[in-house]
Design a protein around this ligand. Sequence first.
Ligand code: NAI
Ligand code: MG
Length: 327
Amino acid sequence: MSGRGAEKRVALVKGDGVGPEVIDGALAVLEAAGADLEFVPVELGYGQWKKTGKAMAEEDLDLVKTCHCVLFGAITTPPDPDYKSVLLTLRKGLDLYANIRPFRTADLDFVIVRENTEGMYSGVEKLDEEEATTLRVITLRGSLRIAEKACAIASKREKLTIVHKSNVLKSDNLFLRICRETAHRWDVPFEDMLVDAAAYNLVINPKRFDVIVTTNLFGDILSDEAAGVIGGLGLCPSANLGEKYALFEPIHGSAPDIAGRGIANPIGAIRSAAMMLEWFGEVGKARMMEEAVEWTLAQKVATPDLGGSCSTREVAEAISKRLAWSD
Ligand code: NAI
Ligand code: MG
């Protein structure tokens, strides 16, 4: 814990593309909510790679570890065959094993709990001329801790859906067994579903889901699908949680197609910042931020991805003003 003071120290990784635009929106709203945070800027990503040849240096992880958590925009993947993913390095380096992705609209409300450190993204890979392999590593420890996290969330809600492909993948037999045992132990109502059926049901009848727990790659894909179902990537936040550290980020990437135009939707980043306040124990302020987001959406103050004509800044300002009224 050396270097981590009593105050709430947040490593601020704005990143590339729309990253800085949406994070500036989130910072404005955090200020309007009266959040008392110390920010430590950390430059990572494509911009840094262009300057130094490295998207993330060894010392960067040490600096991040002097903070309690990370607020992260998005990073453009550098065109470098030796590039090591910054986000995967942070997730592994800080052991952020649980990726919590809530999806909420006026009539939908479900959460995807994605295992974040192993599975298809274990990094055990080989690329040869004639053959390429990626090892899908599922461990008892990894399955147990994500199942525990999902059950803790489901125990305060309605039910758990374990999503897997155990009819084909041996590795998912282990994942499914551990999730079932954990759900029994927690006494939460649960079902299980094959991932292809889950992908279908998410489109056809998303209301049937409450808490979904799944492995890394399935969670990655299903959460972008879920974002489409609720109205867009720009709306969706996430929390990457470990035992000690956490990282909060919108689920979208750096959106180079719209970067620099001031029209990126800041709501995913603002909701991520609200999840950060909740993690710090500031539940009241987090709720107020979420309420202000919902009010602003209901007023149709929206960026072009939602069919509106407002800028990133105008949306963030509307949310901030709403917070000032509700004081
Ligand atoms: P993307 O998520 O950046 O964009 C996909 C589509 O959604 C684009 O049409 C974009 O304009 C739109 N979009 C994304 N965020 C938006 C927002 N806030 N408001 C309005 N529209 C938004 O995914 P893409 O294009 O596949 O990747 C772009 C870059 O981002 C790549 O270099 C990729 O590797 C990186 N990436 C980074 C992530 C991260 O840092 N967490 C996650 C995903 C991709
Ligand atoms: Mg993704």
